[in-house]
Design a protein around this ligand. Sequence first.
Ligand code: ZN
Ligand code: MN
Length: 482
Amino acid sequence: MKDLVTTIGLEIHVQLRTATKMFCGCAVAFAGEPNSRVCEVCLGHPGTLPVPNEVALEFTTKIALALGCDIARHSIFHRKNYFYPDMPKNYQISQYDIPVGSRGAVDIEVNDTIHTVGITRVHLEEDTGKSLHAGTGGRIHGAEYSLEDFNRAGTPLVEIVTEPDIPSPDVARAFATELRAIMDYLEVSDVRMEEGSMRVDANISVAPTGERGTKAEVKNMNSLRSVYRALVYEEKRQRELIADGGPVDQSTRHWDEKAGVTKPLRSKEEAFDYRYFPEPDLVPIEPSVEWLRQLREEIPELPAERRKRLAVHAGPAAAAVLTSSKMIADFYEETVSAARKADPKQVANLVANDLLGLLAERSLADTAATPAHLAEVADLVAGGDISKSQGNEVLTEVLLSGRAPAEIIAERGISQVSDTSEIEAAVDNAIAENAGVAERITAGEDKPFGFMVGQVMKVTGGRGNPAMINELLRKRLRPEAR
Ligand code: ZN
Ligand code: MN
């Protein structure tokens, strides 16, 4: 049997972070009182006319440029007709045969292999409202009744479609992660998948090398992790079907996060004729050379370039973490310039490991920590004034209260014992208490060394300078090694 090859293409919708909606003056925001941000235009009242949002057009063009697309010198809006309760006009203003951008590409590095993912198109459209189906846990089928919230209707939405160039769920996740970072750096979207401001749909097929597979479209993946899990599941499902000799039928499937499976949607939703036709109420988009030049200049250093630059000092692993969002990368670089003793590598470890670890699910923006705080902690650790774990204790408090590290340290009496005689006494004490272990170390065993360091640390009440403890223990137990 020939090898089976997986082929994945992604379709990603990104809500733009404009102040107002795509074709009216209603505010763009998440959640809020239902139907509190609506007007005649976004409710589709007869006789109203759309007025395009210039900032949305600018953001879309920037996205297309950042993804290496050709920009259409003449593109138009189309009406995509369909009836659904969350669509007040019964058509969505979208783009069809002439999108804003096309034929781009993004390089994704996974496990030292670079995958070039082609961008088929980048187009601008408007979002729909939100339906709330009662009595069924969110599904329309069998709902007792449905409620409509049009706050989201008319929010500017960019659709990005990739070529089927993605060979695995791994690379799909990496692409979505990179795309999210690019949007973040361009400052055009909040890209919060859990709030729906970035939504990823995937087409996936499995087939023997050189043959065409039957693709399944997978929807409802609400995090990067679910994109990966859903595609791993779907890849396995199709491989098993093929191994059993059965065909894979074309279907649209819904990812069920809890059950960890994809389920088919009713196939009726498949063969839809949207009767696209040019939107008669809007003029064509015709960007000038001068405007495009200006937008190109406004595009900041993008994640890939920044990752490369920061890796020189921070190392590739830390650089990947630090550049995942613009805010973290900026925070890191500001901390490096503010630090006097700590070098960039030490700051990178403090930010990428300690700080982000302490943040867990919170965003850096929701804390009171500043680069000056971080630099102060990094300098105190680098100078041996406090230990790394004490540094973390101080950081935890800084994140909560935004108070100055020096103040926290003074108040809590945090200090690192770097006094030689005090540490020597602690070393003597620990060796006396653990004579057997000490002998094994002297005899050449390395394993119990960490245990002894821990014992000395215990005697100092956790305040001993670890570098000094190591040094003194070595002197005492391995004098010949020097
Ligand atoms: Zn409106
Ligand atoms: Mn769309």
